[in-house]
Design a protein around this ligand. Sequence first.
Ligand code: NAP
Length: 280
Amino acid sequence: MSVFMAKFNSKLAFIGSGNMGSAIIRGFISYGGVSASSIYVFDKEKTNYDSLQKLGVIAVDTVEAAILDADFIFLCVKPQIVSSVVKDCCAADSYQRSSVFVSIAASVPISLICKCAGGDVPVIRTMPNTPMLIGEGAIAICKNDLVDNKRFANVCRLFSSIAVVSVMEESMMNPVISVSGSSPAYVYYFIKSILDEALDQGFTQEQALPLIVGTVIGAARMVENADCSIDELIRRVCSPKGTTLEAMNVLQEEHFADIIGHAMRACNKRAEEISTELQS
Ligand SMILES: NC(=O)c1ccc[n+]([C@@H]2O[C@H](COP(=O)([O-])OP(=O)(O)OC[C@H]3O[C@@H](n4cnc5c(N)ncnc54)[C@H](OP(=O)(O)O)[C@@H]3O)[C@@H](O)[C@H]2O)c1
């Protein structure tokens, strides 16, 4: 993903420069071909202003100044704040209805953004994940009809500099939270579970953790590059009467896959609840 990309000439406004907002800004500058001076940021909390300004980003004191002449307005605030931020943007004298809102907020439907804008406006809705902080993320993305294909392609290209991009219907944007938005936490938990057992078996963290991380990265790359199914990859590690087969038997007897499915459905249910709460 860390490939050099052609220059991106649009003006970008970021409302919110917390964890995700500042990570996306840094990624776009480092890998997306975006000039820092074309990025304007407004945040209520100025903690990240210094470091962003050192990169050449223009940090301003009002929403109005941030969105002046913006082609894209990135909404990088918590879901519960999105409505008021959209209203603030649309009430500003500098707001142009042609600006595309790009939301990274979980569970916030495009219709809510349009409602807060007082009518249909161009909106791109995304669901990123935190590995984007190191340019290795995954992001699901959709748009409404007011976003033309060229502007949508430009935003997809930008995100592709820091994440795997998957375009989908908006109806999949809540379910995808369980697939790629929240799933880094499941993977961390899996890694921690192997680590905890390794420590119990007498390994030091310095010995075990690099082996586990290397294994997870390597296994993921094997899946990415495989010329066969994932079941076949598993079968190739499981020699008859061997050690891996014993471990896999326990995972199946203990319904490992069912547990993951159960967790993902709980995640989806909460995503729907949050959407409902935001719209009530
Ligand atoms: N973290 C994740 O794993 C993850 C993954 C995918 C998507 N997301 C989405 O990313 C979005 C941002 O999350 P985050 O973790 O970056 O949050 P964050 O670190 O809290 O950053 C949000 C920033 O926006 C500021 N803010 C609050 N109200 C504002 C306003 N009215 N105008 C301008 N700025 C305002 C906040 O300031 P205060 O601190 O003063 O409120 C904070 O600095 C969320 O919608 C979340 O759903 C997060």
